[in-house]
Design a binder for this molecule. Structure first.
Ligand code: ZN
Length: 188
């Protein structure tokens, strides 16, 4: 029995997180026309799934849905551990409208368990999106939140973090990932 398998856990809907190299991760997600009940349900299920998997962000494409939705709950810089729900946000049709500076951060991803790598991204971003109620909003972010926003929006464009690495670095990480997946398969 795999405790990480999807389904209903304590009344919460836990979705299956697609793992690399599943081709669905290359999906270019489509803009949401209306934030209706089915989009709200997707948001709620993604939030539960993110917490269950102990992630700080999750994109719809990672749970097999091709509507442009991301959820995040990124801890404050001075927090050792996240206070669940404190910085929770759900964004529909998120779009980076401004990006500046450079920041290198060691990223990981729920779709590539067991590996991390230094990724170079913009240090500050401005993101426009719709909230859970379909209301437009604008977020200015820096630090880990800026990184997480770029990482999750990449997923909506079919990009995973290792796609941002040099070919050599990517091959090394892929090899390590393959090994760690084989070990996991043997585990009971
Ligand atoms: Zn990811």
């Amino acid at each position: 029995m795999n405790s990480k398998s999807p389904g209903i856990k304590d009344g919460r809907m836990i979705l299956e997180i697609i793992k690399y190299p599943d081709p669905f991760l290359k999906t270019l997600a489509a803009k949401v026309a209306t934030v209706d009940e089915s989009v709200k349900k997707l948001i709620d299920d993604m939030i539960e799934t993110m917490y269950y998997a102990r992630g700080i962000g999750l994109a719809s494409v990672q749970v097999g849905d091709s509507r442009r939705v991301i959820v995040l709950d990124v801890p404050d810089e001075d927090e050792k551990e996240r206070t669940k729900g404190k910085n929770l946000m759900a964004l529909v049709n998120p779009e980076i409208v401004l990006a500046e500076g450079e920041h290198i951060y060691e990223e990981g991803c729920l779709s590539l368990p067991g590996v991390t790598a230094d990724v170079e991204r913009a240090a500050r971003v401005m993101v426009r999106a719709l909230d859970r109620n379909g209301k437009p909003l604008e977020i200015e972010a820096e630090g880990l939140l800026a990184i997480a926003l770029q990482h999750e929006i990449d997923h909506l464009n079919g990009i995973v973090f290792i796609d941002r690495l040099s070919r050599l670095k990517r091959e090394l990480v892929k090899r390590k990932y393959k090994k760690s997946m084989e070990t996991e398969e043997r585990a009971i």
